[in-house]
Design a protein around this ligand. Structure first.
Ligand code: CA2
Length: 141
């Protein structure tokens, strides 16, 4: 069975509690439950990891080498700043999709650039929680 690692970056643990107009009312637990249901349907195994710390995310990606078939990552604010996360994804050579709940391109200029996207298979932005599900379906094929 394929194994997919789902990583969520800084402050996504606060989803559903603030800024519902941007991120919706869904909590991270709700998202994980939806992904679990879809994983069962698509016959893949999933593991969840959320951290507010850049180095911990780098460690998790490095440890995924030879243990996971794919990564789905919402690097949150680190999308726009982290050379370290980009280098880790490039180093482990695990197919990765970058997901954003909001449409980062319709927001502030500083959110328009991703340091992570160039080392990913693809990027999904602006489709809300469904972005994670679509990425999972892509990797389940
Ligand atoms: O749209 C996305 O998924 C983002 O990755 C979310 C990040 C943001 O920095 C990216 O530019 C786009 C922010 C996540 C913070 O989420 C919060 C949720 C509720 C309350 C406060 C923060």
């Amino acid at each position: 069975m394929k194994k997919i690692l789902i990583i969520n970056g800084p402050n996504l643990n606060m989803l559903g509690t603030r800024e519902p107009e941007v991120y919706g009312k869904t909590t991270l637990k709700d998202i994980e439950n939806e992904i679990k249901t879809s994983a069962e349907k698509n016959k893949v195994e999933v593991e969840f990891f959320q951290s507010n710390h850049e180095g911990d995310i780098v460690d998790k990606i490095c440890a995924a080498k030879n243990n996971f078939n794919a990564i789905i990552i919402n690097p949150a604010a680190y999308t726009h700043t982290s050379v370290a996360i980009r280098d880790a994804i490039a180093a482990v050579e695990i197919p990765t999709i970058e997901v954003h709940i909001s449409n980062v391109y319709s927001r502030e200029e500083f959110r328009h650039n991703s340091l992570i996207a160039p080392v990913c298979t693809g990027q999904i932005a602006g489709l809300g929680v469904q972005g994670y599900i679509l990425a999972l379906e892509y990797f389940s094929r």
